[in-house]
Structure formats: structure tokens, C-alpha cells
Design a protein around this ligand. Structure first.
Ligand code: AMP
Ligand code: ZN
Length: 470
């Protein structure tokens, strides 16, 4: 099956054809580590995770690079506010980021390069741009990229070059679309930078934000690679400037597919740190929500559509995931003999629908609909007693397969009270088996064992059982 993605550069869906058959090389703009990431940021990282997992699902070997921006205007500003060395300050938020992505079941990238570990690569890239005449040093000692020299400037964000003002220079990392101008590659040291600086051929200073991504992506992925992603707010100026730097330096097309995800919204506005309308993952965990429930909400909307975040949605996620959990428990306990053929058609149809939806630009709604259909079908077969143990096992395997992309189905988690240890559940299983075999001496002995461990077991209709803490 052919994978298709909406390529922002072309503003249309295109078949995915990697540079090297069977391999997908992608770069994802990572966090600026000056604070805890909020769940708006995590929407972008979860989208990239779904993209990565889909590529893997379709058999590609993925090399993903995600940078850590550990030097920029914001990291310097806030580390100075706390009177901490930059490295110490950012280390705290790097660690928090890795803890958070684990909670959200985001598969780790192959490489997480930090900007401060790659200053020589950035200096070399700027030097190339100087040598080729794309960059110049201004009176303020900063090195700027001359956008007039790159005829394709504005091709991603579709900037109107006609109305551009001449002679505008921008040293800040982020700026608006109507402030198009030459942007800083290297910023000369000033007092606000404190002890944060590196020596360069152009004097003391530090890199601009955009050059970080060009230098680090090309170091790990080569001068041309397949996919580059980020949130829509990264398109301009960040990605536009990355393209200008990279393609001017190499003379080659840099990236073949650009994928951008839409914003996570709160009451109609973008969730962002500057507006103060954000939740971090930790805020939500402190309110009792877990990573799986938060991931389910973020996964559930198509990446190119705005998603309005509500606490209600987390409640619905809990309810829905509870239904899947109950199904997995139910399927595990089915012992009806049979070859499983009763479930084969259902499984084949839903798997086809699932893969077809993802191949269509990660169309998540029909992909999840396939999972719901499999749940309904499985419950139907179990209700009328025609589902065999083999059929149930095949359905569980299909959910495991879906979970390679979705990352929310805990197919093999032992339930019955959440934190009950696996050995306790194993004893309860053994007791149920003994009862079924009418070996009541053994089932009584196992009940006593459970009591000693502090658990009461109760039989419920249909050969099922429940555990309670005494
Ligand atoms: P930043 O740390 O601000 O550079 O953002 C990291 C990533 O999160 C970028 O890809 C942004 O585009 C993305 N991002 C920031 N806010 C949101 C939001 N409300 N919804 C979705 N993505 C966002
Ligand atoms: Zn970037």
C-alpha cells in the first residue's frame, strides 16, 4: 500500500518516495528547554510519533533526529533570572522532557542533538555561507543571511516578495510574517548574554536559532533527507530560514516532504506559554489524569485540524479506554474451542481499513473507527458465544498490531484494580482454573494464599472473577 502525505511545500497530497528505498530520514524541531513543555507542544510531538510509527508500520526503517534548543534568547533570559549557569538550567528541562515523552508513549528518536554540543558545526556552516556570499557581517557585528541572494526565499510560507521592505535586519529568533528581512546567523555578544558566548571568526557570540536546525539535521541526516516536521507556527520564519541557509550552503534541495501540525487550542486561541493558557503534562497528572488518557486525546484529531482541548475530553478518553480494557480482559478469559475462523473476516476487514486510513495522510478518524469496529464485532461474537479462544487470541493480536501506531491500547496489562501485582492476578487465574476443573481443595488453598497476600477474590457470572484489597 502506498503512503501519502500532505506536503506543505506543494500544498497537496503526494505519494511518499524516500531517497533510499525502505528508509525514512526525518528531522523534527524539538523543544526549547527553558521550561516544562505544555500539551500544545506535545500535540506536535505526538503527531510526529504517529508519523514515525506509521512509517514503521509500513515497513520503513526510520532515522529520526530531534534537536534540543538549549541556547537562545529565552534560555539565556531565564537562566540569568535564576542565576544558574545555562547548562545547569537547561539540564533540568531536558530531563523533564524525556520523562514526559515516556509518559506519553512517544517512541524515542534515534538522535537528540543539543545545540550547545554543535557550535563548531554551526560556525562551519556560517563560514560556508560567508564564503559563498550569502551572509555578511553588519555594523552590530552580527552575521546576517541576505535573503535577496536566495531567490527561493519565501517558497514554503509563500511570502509576497514584491511588498518586502529593503534593508530590514532581524536579530531576534522569532518574528512576524510582515517583518521579512535579513535574519541573524550569528549574534554578537552583548551584556544580556552574560557568560554565554563562544569564540568565532567574527568575534564572541552565539548562534541564531534557525542555524541550529540546519547544522544538526545535515550532520546526522545528510545534505538532503526525506521529511521535516513541526507545528504550523514553525513554518515562518523558522523553517523558511532553515531552507534558505541549507540550500544556499549545499546548492541542493534540502527536504522532500514538509509536514506541519495544527495547533492545540483553548477556547478558540492557541495554547501557548506567552498567553498563559496552558497545561503542562504534570499539571494534568496532578489532577489525576494519566499519560495514556492525554495521549488518546491528542491522537484523536487529524494533525492538520485544530484541536480544542477540554478536561471533558479526558473524561471521555478514560471511559473509552476503559471499554477497550474490559474487552481485552474478556477476550483473555475465553476458553471456547474452535479454530478462530469466526473472527477472521472481521479482523481482515478492520486491519485493511486501519492501514488504508493511515496511508491516507494519517487519517486518524477512520483508523480509530476500525479499532471501534473490531471492539464491537468482538463483543458481538463473545455475546452470542461463538468466539473461540483462538479467535479471541487473534483479535488481541490485531489490537497489538493497531497499538504499534496508536500507543494507547494496553492489550496485555493485567487489570482488576490497577495496582494489583501480577503474581496476585496469576494466583487468581490459577484458582479459577482449579474451580473449573472442580479441584476445590486446590482452589481453596489458592484462596488462602491470596488472603495471606491481602486480597479477596470474588466470583462473578460467566466464570469471571474480581480481586479486592482486604
Ligand atoms: P517551541 O518550544 O515553542 O519551539 O515549540 C515546540 C513545538 O511545539 C513546535 O513544533 C511548535 O510548533 C509546537 N507548538 C507550540 N505550541 C503549540 C500548540 N498550541 N499546538 C500545537 N503545537 C504547538
Ligand atoms: Zn527547527
Amino acid at each position: 500500500m502506498e503512503l501519502r502525505f500532505f506536503n506543505t511545500m506543494e500544498r497537496r497530497q503526494m505519494a511518499f518516495e524516500p531517497l533510499t528505498a525502505g528508509c525514512a530520514r526525518m528531522y523534527t524541531c524539538g523543544p526549547t528547554v527553558y521550561n516544562f513543555a505544555h500539551i500544545g507542544n506535545f500535540r506536535a510531538y505526538v503527531f510526529e510519533d504517529i508519523l514515525r510509527r506509521t512509517l514503521e508500520y509500513f515497513g520503513y526503517s526510520v532515522t529520526q533526529v530531534m534537536n534540543l534548543t538549549d541556547v537562545d534568547d529565552k534560555t539565556i533570559r531565564d537562566s540569568r533570572k535564576e542565576s544558574l549557569p545555562l547548562r545547569e538550567f537547561t539540564a533540568r528541562y531536558k530531563q523533564a522532557f524525556f520523562e514526559d515523552i515516556k509518559q506519553l508513549k512517544i517512541e524515542p528518536a534515534e538522535v537528540y542533538p543539543a545545540a550547545t554540543d554543535h557550535i563548531p558545526e554551526m560556525i562551519a556552516l556560517i563560514q560556508t555561507l560567508m564564503d559563498k556570499g550569502f551572509a555578511y557581517q553588519a555594523q552590530d557585528k552580527c552575521i546576517y543571511f541576505s535573503i535577496d541572494k536566495f531567490k527561493d526565499y519565501g517558497k514554503l510560507a509563500r511570502i509576497d516578495r514584491e511588498n518586502q521592505r529593503d534593508g530590514v535586519r532581524i536579530a531576534t529568533d522569532e518574528y512576524a510574517k510582515d517583518a521579512v528581512g535579513d535574519f541573524a546567523l550569528w549574534k554578537a555578544w552583548d551584556e544580556a548574554d552574560g557568560d554565554v558566548f563562544w569564540e568565532s571568526p567574527w568575534g564572541r557570540g552565539r548562534p541564531g536559532w534557525h542555524i541550529e536546525c540546519s547544522a544538526m539535521s545535515m550532520k546526522y541526516l545528510g545534505e538532503s533527507f526525506d521529511i521535516h516536521t513541526g507545528g504550523v507556527d514553525n513554518m515562518f520564519p523558522h523553517h523558511e530560514d532553515e531552507i534558505a541557509q541549507s540550500e544556499s550552503a549545499t546548492g541542493k534541495k534540502w527536504v522532500n516532504y514538509w509536514l506541519h501540525c495544527e495547533h492545540l487550542m483553548v477556547d478558540g486561541t492557541k495554547m501557548s506559554k506567552s498567553l498563559g493558557n496552558f497545561y503542562t503534562l504534570r499539571d494534568l497528572q496532578n489532577k489525576g489524569w494519566n499519560g495514556r488518557e492525554i495521549r488518546w486525546v491528542l491522537v484523536g484529531a487529524h494533525y492538520r485540524k485544530k484541536l480544542n482541548f477540554t478536561i471533558d475530553a479526558l473524561g471521555q478518553a478514560r471511559e473509552t479506554l476503559g471499554k477497550f480494557d474490559a474487552l481485552f480482559d474478556r477476550l483473555r478469559k475465553i476458553t471456547v474451542p474452535g479454530d478462530g475462523s469466526e473472527a477472521a473476516g472481521l479482523i481482515a476487514d478492520t486491519k485493511d481499513a486501519f492501514a488504508g486510513a493511515l496511508a491516507d495522510d494519517l487519517n486518524i478518524a477512520p483508523a480509530l473507527a476500525a479499532a471501534f469496529e473490531l471492539m464491537r464485532g468482538a463483543n458481538r461474537l463473545a455475546d452470542n458465544g461463538t468466539l473461540s479462544q483462538n479467535g479471541a487470541a487473534a483479535i488481541l493480536a490485531a489490537f497489538r498490531d493497531f497499538d504499534r501506531v496508536i500507543g494507547c491500547f494496553e492489550v496485555d496489562a493485567v487489570r482488576g484494580g490497577g495496582e494489583i501485582p501480577a503474581e496476585v492476578t496469576a494466583l487468581a487465574e490459577a484458582r479459577a482454573e482449579a474451580r473449573k476443573a472442580k479441584n476445590f481443595a486446590e482452589s481453596d488453598r489458592l484462596r488462602d494464599e491470596l488472603t495471606k497476600l491481602g486480597y479477596a477474590v470474588k466470583d462473578v457470572p460467566g466464570g469471571q472473577w474480581e480481586l479486592k484489597k482486604l
